[in-house]
Design a protein around this ligand. Sequence first.
Ligand code: GDP
Ligand code: MG
Length: 352
Amino acid sequence: LMEEGVMTNINAVMDPELTELVAGDLGVDIDFVQAETLEDKLLTAMDELEDDEASLKPRAPVVTFLGHVDHGKTSLIDKLIGIDVASGEDGGITQHIRAYQIENDGRPISFVDTPGHEAFTEMRARGAGVTDIVVLVVAADDGVMPQTEEAISHAKAADVPIIVALNKIDLPGVDPTRALQDLAANDLLPSEWGGEVEVVKTSATTGEGLEELLETILTVAELNEFKANPDRPAIGSCLESQQDADKGVVTKVLVQKGTLRVGDTVVCGEAYGKVKAMTDPLRPSRRLLEAGPSVPVNLTGLNRAPSAGEPLYVIDDIAAAREIADTRAHAERAEFLGSTGFQAATLENLFD
Ligand code: GDP
Ligand code: MG
């Protein structure tokens, strides 16, 4: 290595080309083994596990509220589910991704609220990624703004139906024409103008239009017949995760297929563990023993906080789950060391 001008130590990670070069010098054959072999085997099998038509059962639509900051996403969801989060928020800005399931006339609906602040682009993209329907919230007095446009492109990328809530319609003297024009200019021609996009005029303050918004959501859901197989090992998506002083790592997961149960062994990104407890995000004191497709839960039991957006898989083999998670964590660390130039220290750059 020193002949190659590489300063290194026994803990450093060597890149493949260098390894081959040195091996060649020593006349040794190298066989590269993919570290993800186990992961590939298990997770690909999970992804490809076919759910035949007969196994599919109706599931709740996952409805994500997207739009510019302060246009009323949190207030609308609060009003729809009958709680009040918006007025208790720090500076009135949603910092977390929220996910709740409610039942309307016996029909469940899952709502996902996303932060509107520009720092949270990533979280909105994630919200759009797990969703079946996007409710695009546009304040009637403000029209389409930068994060509205961003939300439109997320929704289009996710290829899901968009319903527009033209909110704050209660404001005195508000003229929705401009907002409608903005929407049309963004390829969302309102149905009242002959287009295909349902625009519901709402007010989270007075409650106007909320019944109609709910009806529109349910109609779109019925047309699409969202289904999943509840009888298989669960696959979900991590919406966010953090370390809690009392409970350890708390992870908000939206189950997408199968049924997740307390006691299941899961792997999620670089984290793994046995699900210790699950609670209903809407009623945190309510413990859940299982959660089927479209159900959001807060769960404990993971060894570290996975990154948001990571898929969660049930793997009933704790050793395999640990190996997959640790291999990923190790690869991440190697990449980090590489990016800091640690492994790539050469005589030249060392003495620069
Ligand atoms: P978000 O950032 O999109 O989640 O917006 P919020 O729900 O936090 O609402 C931002 C502000 O607009 C708050 O002060 C709300 O009280 C207010 N607001 C939300 N919806 C309405 C509405 O329909 N009418 C009026 N007048 N104000 C609203
Ligand atoms: Mg909000």
